[in-house]
Design a binder for this molecule. Structure first.
Ligand code: HEM
Length: 548
């Protein structure tokens, strides 16, 4: 019998303030009869691994008793269902209530699979590479991360279309295929290296400017936010929007602020049933204002760029659109679909890059020996050239291993989610009814000592040992499969170029690691990751950039 447990009290204050709901995790004991748990009921569907009592749903197949999976509610003969409840926000909301510490705690207490409820929403957590693989292999034709209901509600309210993050089914598939051609094919992505290199040059110039006494740069992430936005904008519009200028345009700052506030408000709006928005309108209103600003920002840039292009054509000039928005606008998709996709791509390209850059330099500053090896590797590949091209990265294994290791330790999206809508699936011997939110806790698997020895240590070389392999689903920061991160190749290229690139800037060579020795904050403050929807540094990261 499962006992209802008291709420977990390991919520950080920020988490608790944002959620106001309690988390109630429960162990999933194979094949046992259970009580009500957090809005969902665990009911016996078979004999379980012990197999003494086959239970009411057990079946005999071919003369043998089928291993009895536990069936969770939703599709189980009259058990409680989710009808009338708002569906969960999967990738975002599940991250929140299954925060980093909570998930690690979940694994410690309940093993690799447990269920937890967040107010009315129930989610099954899996925190084992084999189980994650089982879920993803059964994700179906058009995988669904989650319902992201408040994001969709906003779009419906304003008459916007869905972008790749929010669309589902055939609609998602058709845009994914179009974008995939320009975002996933190695050759197509390599073509962005020139554009991205110019953004990196500006970043380095900005770092020079920002250095105060002893080379200290405070709050390095704030610079990397702007770098992330400038990078993705350059890929989308092939023009620069001034995020790394000495004086940052106000609209850029407001866009970044809107992303942050929108994420916080996502949690609140998802946790509230929609009728509550009438009674407590503030979170919903702020949420809509943020999205309004983000949609306007994207539309403004798209219209400006396409108008300039049309004027060129009218003048009989040649148009060489190599940027993503141009490709999208040529596909025959309605402009509203172009606007929503560009808005969502802009949004996706900011925190992800900023956080990974911040952690990369944070770890490198604490590991001068890795920094030195990386420097040697880059120099030997470039052999005197000042400008790397995307193809150079293939000969920089340590650079790739460094980014891989950073994302193992600090996956920006620390848990992923799937809602399998087509059918019930079996995972770890349990039958999970369709439409159940399943949280894939890859933060926990990537810090599991059984998979990665010394899991909390930054050891990029672990990825370079020929005799060592790891379970392919143990560290999956970009997700796996059809619905995995479509920006992965662009993100990786941007990170590699930023960490390794030598460029001409004025009269001298610059490279983040070549130009500077990056050292920790002299105050010696260490920074931990925390979950604020995405995995972010708990405190500001200050680093010293000492000119070499
Ligand atoms: C270090 C950088 C990044 C990380 C760690 C990351 C991680 C992820 C993850 C875990 C997912 C969910 C995958 C799944 O459900 O299986 C995702 C989806 C997505 N990412 Fe990224 N991402 C990064 C950068 C980017 C960038 C730069 C862009 C934009 C160019 C981007 C655009 C997207 C989009 C549009 C989706 C939704 C894809 C779909 O539903 O088909 N990401 N990302």
């Amino acid at each position: 019998m499962i006992r209802a447990r008291p709420p977990l009290h390991d919520l950080s204050e920020k988490d608790a303030a944002a959620s106001s709901q309690s988390i109630r995790p429960e162990r999933l004991p194979p094949g046992q009869v259970d009580g009500e748990v957090g809005g969902g009921r665990l009911c016996r569907a078979g004999g379980g691994q012990g197999g003494q009592d086959p239970g009411p749903h057990a079946r005999t197949v071919g003369g043998q008793l089928r291993l009895g999976p536990v069936r969770l509610d939703g599709g189980c003969h009259g058990c409680t269902s989710y009808s009338g409840l708002r569906k969960p926000a999967g990738i975002f909301l599940s991250l929140h209530w299954a925060s980093k510490r909570r998930r690690l705690e979940g694994v410690r207490r309940y093993g690799p699979m447990w269920k937890a409820s967040f107010g009315p929403i129930l989610t099954v957590h899996v925190a084992d590479p084999t189980l994650i693989e089982q879920v993803l292999r059964q994700e179906g034709l058009h995988p669904m991360r989650s319902d992201l209901s408040s994001w969709k509600d906003y779009r419906k309210l304003r008459g916007h279309h869905y972008g790749l993050l929010t669309s589902e089914g055939e609609e998602w598939q058709s845009v994914r295929s179009l974008l995939g051609k320009h975002m996933l094919r190695p050759k197509a992505v390599e073509a962005y290296d020139k554009t991205l290199n110019s953004v990196v040059g500006d970043l380095i110039a900005k770092l020079h400017l920002r250095r105060c006494s002893q080379g200290l740069i405070t709050d390095i992430a704030s610079e990397f936010y702007r770098f992330g936005l400038e990078g993705i904008s350059s890929v989308l519009f092939e023009s620069r929007i001034g995020c790394l200028d000495e004086v940052v345009p106000e609209e850029t700052e407001r866009f970044i602020q809107s992303i942050n506030t929108m994420f916080v408000m996502t949690l609140l709006t998802m946790a509230m049933p929609s009728w509550l928005h009438q009674l407590f309108p503030k979170p919903w209103n702020i949420f809509c204002q943020c999205w309004d600003y983000m949609f306007d920002f994207a539309k403004g840039h798209i219209d400006q760029r396409l108008t300039a292009e049309a004027e060129k054509v009218a003048r009989g000039e040649k148009v060489e659109g190599r940027y993503l928005t141009y490709f999208l606008s040529q596909t025959g998709l309605p402009m509203k679909t172009v606007y929503s996709n560009v808005t969502e791509l802009l949004l996706a390209g900011v925190d992800t890059i900023s956080s990974t850059m911040s952690w990369s330099l944070y770890e490198l500053s604490r590991h001068p020996e890795v920094q030195a090896s990386l420097r040697d590797e880059v120099l030997s590949v470039l052999g005197g050239r000042s400008m790397p091209v995307a193809a150079d990265v293939a000969r920089m294994p340590l650079l790739k291993a460094t980014v891989k290791e950073v994302l193992r330790l600090y996956p920006v999206i620390p848990a992923n989610a799937r809602v399998i809508t087509e059918r019930d699936i079996q995972v770890g011997g349990y039958l999970i009814p369709k439409n159940t939110l399943i949280t894939l806790c890859h933060f926990a698997t990537s810090r599991d000592p059984a998979v990665f020895p010394n899991p909390d240590e930054f050891q990029p070389h672990r990825w370079l040992k020929r005799d060592q392999t790891y379970h392919p689903y143990a560290s999956v920061p970009f997700g796996v499969g059809k619905r995995s991160c479509i920006g992965r190749r662009i993100a990786e290229l941007e990170l590699y170029l930023a960490l390794a690139r030598v460029s001409w800037l004025g009269l001298f060579k610059t490279l983040i690691l070549m130009e500077f020795d990056v050292k920790p904050d002299p105050e010696g403050i260490s920074v931990k990751p925390m979950t604020r929807t995405l995995l972010v540094p708990e405190n500001v990261i200050n680093l010293q950039f000492i000119e070499r």
